[in-house]
Design a protein around this ligand. Sequence first.
Ligand code: 3PG
Length: 219
Amino acid sequence: MPLPLSSQVDSVLDLAAVVPVVVIAEVSDAVPVARALVGGGLRGVEVTLRTPAALEAIRAIAEEVPEAVVGAGTVITPGQVAAAVAAEARFLVSPGWTEGLLAAMRGCGVPFLPGVSTASEVVALLERGVREMKFFPAQAAGGTAYLRSLAGPLPQARFCPTGGIGPGNAAEYLALPNVGCVGGSWMVPADAVAAGDWARIEALARAAAGLRGPASAQV
Ligand code: 3PG
């Protein structure tokens, strides 16, 4: 079913400064986790397709937490593109890309972030008309120094760095001119989910949502 215009997402990078990356093992955890994240001020929720429960979790959040904008992460095959969109994912994120995956993402009707970690991959995506990408694994691939270096020759590319980002370094990423948002799992600790500690997740989300204030956005 097509989304109402007001709830469509044009760009993953403009959705929110911080996008929580969520692994859901039990479908019953999906809605309370999403409510806690939204309650803390994070409306974009990336559910990774790493568990058998992931697609059902995306559908549950889409149907029961309308304030959230739920997407699918770890999308690595064309089949997963179709399955995620069928489950009402409103954006797609991948740690990498291939021609086949890119073709499927282009045709799926929702915004997407293919993943890169080298300058050549960025150039290849720009050549194909894609300017918004995930930078993964961000810390291991060179962190803020690497992204800052890319901004000189490739200023048209914009990134969502993910992988090794947390409260201690997220602001440094967000201050870069070629970073639209950061992703990370730090606000959804596995032990908090296992314990049903939704208040802890909401508090972590609230702290994360406050990471980019007007001052740092001007850097
Ligand atoms: C991802 O799925 O994008 C990353 O694995 C999340 O990385 P983090 O757990 O280091 O935040």
